[in-house]
Ligand binder design. Structure first.
Ligand code: SF4
Length: 255
């Protein structure tokens, strides 16, 4: 297979590093770009990881690229609400569209091949991910290659170590938190980040139905409203979370 140019889409989490290592070991001679989407919502410490991964890419003669975007916070303000499952406009607006524009600028004739580090073992949703997609809509009709689809976690970790890094005990923090964060991800948010998000939630105001605009939906978090409560839910034992419904304690209300 004569692939000459590969655009490897990376978040610089574990699978991305394994993808870089795989391309280094198997695609000698190809021109490889490692492409990172800057969502403006990464954990502050993630930038050091990005720099380390870019250094690795350069050591393999790959070319790292960061694609800027509008940013998660300006996007939420413009859309008057936070993205969420089912309305996941953050992926489209912060990653897919900027990446398509960039691809069209560097590869107007669509000759390159895009690559991602998706593995079928990751989740049920990815269990049937194809190794090849002939025309990927999200990549402007270019072929999309997922060379790691059959790679196990153990094999992936070995690839990361061959790259001279240690596997991370958590997912990529390119967005922190991701709107699809699970309990474990939420438990790792720093107090400072929680307070930043609480301030943002307050700025976002209320919906037309009179509900506060929160980053995470209360019904998926046992009624927890707002990031502080969601984090309290994440730290509680399963089923033991007691939402704060005490309301106003001024003595003037209820009773
Ligand atoms: S990583 Fe999560 S928050 Fe970031 S763009 Fe993707 S879905 Fe949205």
């Amino acid at each position: 297979m004569g692939i000459e140019t590969i655009y490897a889409f990376t978040s610089y989490g574990n699978d991305s590093i394994a993808l870089i290592q795989h391309l280094h070991e198997t695609r000698k001679g190809a021109k490889v770009y490692t492409v990172y989407s800057d969502t403006g919502w990464a954990a502050p410490e993630w930038i050091a990881r990005v720099e380390r991964a870019e250094e690795l890419a350069r050591s393999y003669s790959f070319e790292p690229v960061r694609i800027p975007s509008e940013g998660f916070v300006p996007l939420a303000i413009r859309k008057k609400g936070f993205p969420r499952n089912g309305m996941q406009f953050c992926t489209t607006e912060l990653k897919v569209l900027p990446a398509q524009r960039w691809l069209d600028s560097v590869d107007p004739d669509r000759e390159g091949t895009c690559a991602v580090g998706v593995r079928r073992e990751e989740s049920r949703a990815r269990a049937l991910w194809p190794e090849w997609t002939e025309d990927s809509d999200k990549h402007g009709g270019r072929p999309l290659w997922a060379p790691l689809v059959r790679v196990t976690t153990e094999q992936r970790d070995a690839m990361i170590r061959r790259a001279g890094l240690e596997p991370l005990p958590h997912r990529s923090r390119e967005c922190s938190p991701c709107i699809n964060s699970n309990r474990a991800d939420l438990r790792e948010l720093s107090d400072e980040r929680v307070e930043q998000i609480a301030t943002l939630e307050a700025q976002m105001g209320w919906t037309s139905e009179g509900k506060p605009r929160t980053l995470f939906r209360p019904y998926r978090h046992q009624g927890a409203v707002g990031i502080r409560e969601v984090v309290r839910w994440a730290h509680s034992e399963r089923g033991a979370y007691d939402p704060d419904t005490s309301g106003c304690d001024s003595g003037f209300c209820g009773g």
